[in-house]
Design a protein around this ligand. Structure first.
Ligand SMILES: C[S@@+](CC[C@H](N)C(=O)[O-])C[C@H]1O[C@@H](n2cnc3c(N)ncnc32)[C@H](O)[C@@H]1O
Length: 220
C-alpha cells in the first residue's frame, strides 16, 4: 500500500474493470486515429524527456518510445494496479520507460528534476475533479521550460446534441461532476489561466462515446 495521499478515479472508474481498459478504449474511442494524431503532434525527438501524466496502461508512452528510442519517456500514474499492466506491456514491447507512482499534481523530485521538455496527458482530465484539473495543468506549466509544449487528448467540448448524448456513456461511468466541465469546454480556459499561450484545439475526433479533442499549449 502506497503511503502517499491518493484519491483518484481508476482507468475505467472501477478497479475490477482495469484489466478490460485497453479493450474498451480500442472498441469505443477510434483509438488508432487520435493516438496517431497525438503522436504526430508530440513528435518525439532524441534529447526529449517526455512526461506522460496519467499514463495508465502505457499505450501512449510505449508508442512514444517506439517511434523515438532516444527520447526519455516517463509514465506517471497514481494507480499501482494499472502500472503493473503498463510495466508488463512495456517489457513485452521491449521498450525502456520509467514509471512513477504519483498524482499528476504531485510528482516526486526525480520528475521535477528530470528536465522535462514535453508533457502529454490522454483521457485523464475528464475523470479528475475541477481543482485537480487545474492543479495538474499548473504543475505541467511549472515543469516545462519556456517553449515547452503540453499535449492533451481528452473528451473536450461536446458541441452537438449527438456528441452530448453519446458522451452520456462516459458520464454514467465516471460521474457528471468530473466530466461535465470537460463537456462544457473548460480545458483550454484552464490552460490559458495557467499561463499557456497559445492554446489550440488542433483536432476534434467524433467517437461513439463523445468527441475527443487534441490540444496543444505552449509555455512562453
Ligand atoms: C482513462 S485512463 C487513461 C490512461 C492513458 N493515459 C491512456 O491514454 O490510455 C486515466 C488514468 O489517469 C489516472 N489518474 C486518475 N487521476 C489522476 C491524477 N490526479 N493524476 C494522474 N493520473 C491520474 C488513472 O489512474 C488512469 O490510469
Amino acid at each position: 500500500m502506497s503511503k502517499m495521499q491518493k484519491d483518484f478515479v481508476p482507468a475505467l472508474a472501477h478497479n475490477w474493470l482495469t484489466p478490460l481498459y485497453d479493450t474498451a478504449i480500442a472498441l469505443t474511442t477510434r483509438e488508432g486515429r487520435w493516438r496517431k494524431l497525438l503522436l504526430k503532434a508530440v513528435d518525439p525527438q532524441p534529447g526529449d524527456t517526455i512526461l506522460d501524466i496519467g499514463c495508465g496502461t502505457a499505450s501512449l508512452a510505449i508508442r512514444l518510445k517506439s517511434i523515438c528510442s532516444q527520447a526519455r519517456v516517463i509514465g506517471l500514474d497514481p494507480d499501482p494496479a494499472v502500472l503493473t499492466i503498463a510495466k508488463r506491456k512495456a517489457d513485452q514491447a521491449g521498450v525502456n520507460i520509467e514509471f512513477v507512482e504519483a498524482m499528476g499534481d504531485a510528482p516526486p523530485k526525480s520528475v521535477e528534476q528530470a528536465g522535462v521538455t514535453k508533457i502529454t496527458s490522454s483521457l485523464v482530465l475528464h475523470q479528475v475533479p475541477l481543482d485537480g484539473k487545474r492543479a495538474i495543468i499548473r504543475k505541467a506549466y511549472e515543469l516545462l521550460p519556456p517553449g515547452g509544449c503540453l499535449h492533451i487528448a481528452d473528451f473536450g467540448e461536446q458541441r452537438t446534441p449527438l456528441m452530448r448524448f453519446l458522451f452520456g456513456a462516459v458520464q454514467r461511468l465516471d460521474g457528471i461532476e468530473y466530466t461535465q466541465p470537460n463537456a462544457d469546454g473548460i480545458l483550454p480556459k484552464i490552460m490559458r489561466d495557467c499561463g499557456f499561450s497559445p492554446v489550440e484545439e488542433t483536432n476534434v475526433i467524433p467517437t461513439m462515446v463523445g468527441s475527443i479533442s487534441l490540444y496543444r499549449a505552449i509555455k512562453q
